[in-house]
Structure formats: structure tokens, C-alpha cells
Design a protein around this ligand. Sequence first.
Ligand code: MG
Length: 277
Amino acid sequence: MHLSAWLVFTDLDGTLLDHHSYSWDKATPAIELLRQRSIPWMFNTSKTFSELQMISLEMENPWPMIVENGGGIAVPDNDQCAKVFSGIPNYPADMIQVRDGFRFYSLGYERERFLPLLAELKRDFRFLSYSEMTANKLVTLTGLSIDKAKQSLDREYTEPCLWLDSDSAFMAFDERLGQLGLQCVRGGRFAHIMGKVDKGTALKWVVSQIFSGSQAQTIALGDGENDLSMLNAADIAVVVRSPRHEPPGPCTAPRCIVSKDIGPAGWAGAIIALLNG
Ligand SMILES: [Mg+2]
């Protein structure tokens, strides 16, 4: 039984990390407050584990991380996590991996299992997927540094692709994926092929499996369309204002708040207000 009154789930880019600078400085007072009160605060992001490893070290975040849009959960082997979580009896062995000081739980479909299925779709649709790209190609397409491109290519649960075919072909493509137990979610630059899970599914999984028996209230914070499933799965949804776009909606959580400030400053303001009642 976990005794914290709150569980916090947060998106990173544009939410806890500034949209332009990727800095979280303005969120520091709220992170301190979470630490003082031993409240778990967990990343729920489209980023890969490779991309998150350094961020979690720099932020000194000891809690589980939801990676690749809900594709999987990385639970670190540390004292904080051991106090609340001792593993999941009977979880299918082929859906758990232990490495790098983490236990990885797959929620949907591992990339290496579904990649061979895409080869067949290649014959009927035009798309360029990550598995066909070198790090240099990704640098050219995105402007990422070579190191960041490598971290982005190091994936476990999702396969981004550059859609090169028509919109109507995309519908047919998504339908074919559906028959394979997969889906394709269109994002900014890439479309993401993945199992039928999302950030909201993953939030619920963490609450029920890792914090089972906890009576904690969940707070979710996010700024984008791909955060809606997470925001709507929480008790309290904090839509963090973006400098780029209108708040996503509709928000159907029992309580919805739109942050006063943008990005990490808005994040901190909302957390501090909620925790101080
Ligand atoms: Mg975001």
C-alpha cells in the first residue's frame, strides 16, 4: 500500500520542459515540494528510454517512467520504488525485460515483434520507417544532433514513419494495421506505428499495477493532443499552456485546470496550488 496522497504524471516537451530551451528551471520549486512530500512524479512521454535516461538523472527523478506514448514502463531498481512495488506476479515473462538497472514492462506490442509484419505492408503503401533510416538520415530530416538521433532510433515499442502516400491510403494502412493489433497515430513530422495503447492506458496501468491499493489522487499534466488520453484518465487534469497552440480538448477528467503560465512555470504554479489546497 502506497501512502502518498498524490501521484503525478507528466508530459515533458512543452510541459515540464520549456518548448524552446528544454529547460525545467522554472519548475524547480514544485519539484522540491514533491520531493519533500515524497510524492511520486512520473514522466509520461513519447520519448524513448534512451532519450530519458539522462533527463531522469539530471532531474534526479527516481520514479518509474512511461516511455514511447504508453508503449512500455521502465521501473528503476532503487529504494524508493522498492518501497512501493515488488513486481507483478504472473506477468508474462516475454513482456518483461531486465537491463540497465531497470525492469521494463511492455503494455502492447514490442517493436521487434511487429517490424517483420511491416515488410508486407511496404509492398502496398509508400512510407519510410525508422528501421530503414540511418542516424545521418534522421539528422537530415529533423535537425537533431547525431547523438540525439541515435537515442531516438533506439526504440522498443513504437516505429515512427514518414508517410509518403495519400491520405486515403493512410486510412487503408491504419485499417490493415488494426487487423494486426496495431495502430498508426499521426504526429507532427512522423506517424507512429504502435500497439493499441496510449498515455492514458499506461497511466491506469501504473496506478493499478505499481501503486495497487493506493487511494492516491492522480494529477496529469500535458500540453498536446497526444496528452488527452492521459489527462482524461486522471482525477485532476492540468492542461499546461503552450506558446504554440491552443489547449487540447475536450477535457473530461473530473477536474480540469488550465495553467496560468506557459510550460514549466505553468507546471509549477499548478502543482504548488494543488498541493497546498
Ligand atoms: Mg508536449
